[in-house]
Write a protein that binds this ligand. Structure first.
Ligand SMILES: NC(=O)c1ccc[n+]([C@@H]2O[C@H](COP(=O)([O-])OP(=O)(O)OC[C@H]3O[C@@H](n4cnc5c(N)ncnc54)[C@H](OP(=O)(O)O)[C@@H]3O)[C@@H](O)[C@H]2O)c1
Length: 274
């Protein structure tokens, strides 16, 4: 196998079929990385592979996988090994939210969310990071959320999953200090992507005009800049950074109540219903 200096670095991006992950994949390819892209939508991944090969000559290995299946991370690792690849940059981005009262959301949806947002992220980290440590170099980007900073009524399990991702990432970054491997938690605020439709939360105040929404491409660019610098936490956007800081000093009951107010459906004026 060629030495690490002779080959192009390889980045593995989960959730590369849409939104922030798609833009992360585009930027990593433009930056000279070959890619392993993971998501359920094979067609979207194939389109991305063709686009990036045409634009940059990127070698893209497409690995369709449903990360809600506990066996998927091992299958992803087997696909990487089968292609003879070494992962230099691991981007755990795949994730989704469920919207509504916890008691109304089917248990399978909540457990599926935890499998994708939390368990698959931990599993993939375990499968790839020890090799990075052995090589003395590597970069890990975990896509958390500003949801990580406070509880989120009406998206209770989603917010808690992102609190896990942030906590896990910071602890791992501490453990790996000096190893040559960095861990960055990217914490976007509301961002235009497929996320809101999948969570059926388009009418929640948070994403229906009350708060500024960022573009996925801007979030990805800021996230990768933080990754290159080895930053532990990256919160894109000034408003998001101010809010993330303010919840640290405010009483938890208050921040929880404010999050609830932002998650409630926006009132529709009479006669304006669709
Ligand atoms: N948009 C926001 O406002 C926002 C804010 C903060 C954090 N985030 C986080 O950003 C990350 C990316 O989300 P996004 O906003 O870019 O939303 P998105 O456009 O819906 O993209 C989500 C990605 O995750 C993949 N994914 C979802 N479920 C999967 C599964 N079971 N197996 C494999 N892949 C799966 C999707 O691919 P397939 O559907 O093809 O499987 C897609 O590529 C998520 O972790 C999300 O929590 C989003």
């Amino acid at each position: 196998m060629s030495s690490a200096n002779a080959r192009r670095p390889t980045a593995l991006v989960t959730g590369a079929s849409s939104g922030i992950g798609l833009e992360l994949a585009r930027l990593l390819a433009a930056d000279g990385h070959d890619l392993v892209v993971v998501a359920r939508s094979r067609e979207a991944l194939d389109r991305l592979a063709a686009e990036l090969h045409a634009a940059h000559g990127t070698v893209v290995t497409v690995v369709p996988a449903d990360l809600a299946d506990p066996a998927a991370p091992k299958a992803v690792r087997a696909a990487v090994d089968g292609a003879g690849l070494t992962v230099d940059v691991l981007v755990n981005n795949a994730g989704f939210g469920t919207y509504g009262r916890f008691t109304d959301i089917p248990l399978a949806a909540s457990l599926g969310l935890l499998q994708v947002n939390v368990a698959a992220l931990v599993h993939l980290t375990k499968l790839f990071v020890p090799d990075m440590v052995a090589r003395g170099r590597g970069r890990v980007l975990h896509v958390a959320s500003t949801a990580a900073f406070q509880p989120g009524p009406l998206m209770a399990v989603y917010y808690a999953s992102k609190a896990f991702v942030l906590s896990f990432s910071e602890a791992l970054a501490n453990e790996l200090a000096g190893s040559g491997v960095t861990v960055t938690a990217l914490c976007p605020g509301p961002t235009r992507s497929g996320f809101q439709a999948r969570a059926s939360m388009e009418s929640a105040r948070l994403v229906s005009g009350t708060m500024p929404m960022m573009d996925s491409a801007d979030v990805a660019r800021i996230g990768l800049r933080g990754l290159r610098r080895g930053r532990r936490i990256v919160v894109p956007g000034l408003v998001n950074r101010i809010l993330a800081q303010s919840v640290r000093v405010a009483p938890r009951r208050l921040t929880t109540a404010i999050a609830r107010a932002m998650q409630e459906r926006k009132a529709v004026a009479p006669g304006r219903e669709a």
